[in-house]
Design a protein around this ligand. Sequence first.
Ligand code: CO
Length: 197
Amino acid sequence: MVDYRKIFVHNRRWAKRKRTLHPGFFRRHFNKQKPDFLYIGCSDSRVSVEKLMGVDIGEVFVHRNIANIVSDDDENVKAVIQYAVEVLKVQHIVVAGHTGCGGIKASLEDCSKGAIDQWLQKVKKVYTKHQKRLEKIEDEATMLDEFSKLNVLEQCQNIAHLDCVKKSIANTGFPIIHPWMYDMSNGLLHDLDKNKK
Ligand code: CO
């Protein structure tokens, strides 16, 4: 069994180090948060927001679910986006998919009825929409990663259609919505928006 107590040992060491190197660090963050980013990504344990973006506490507002879905019937993600846009006024919303996504793969398989299956229907909808293009790709892993990319682009569109986002963009020009893919095989992050450098 994993010794969960090691988490607390690490935590005490980390907090002490922060306090020593950056006096006032916790007090400053306790008073308010002003992140520049909202990150929406997959729950996969191998995708660590802080590590892959190189950010610290207070820099990113985060929402994660299986296969990074933004669905109009999901009050959870919609509340996160509304809060990020209207209250935190984030300038960037990132949707980050990743290669080798288990949720993407599972959406094409028969699995047990229940919450997982219900959730995966939202992912499968994206496949159905792009089925003609995707079924032409013979290699399964390549097809699944392409499906992941299309899923990210689709979720970015879903964000762009939300009232709070449309209103904010009309008034301030923000947020900018970024489709990103994280390649688990080499740790590299890619911007799917070809117009950006
Ligand atoms: Co995933």
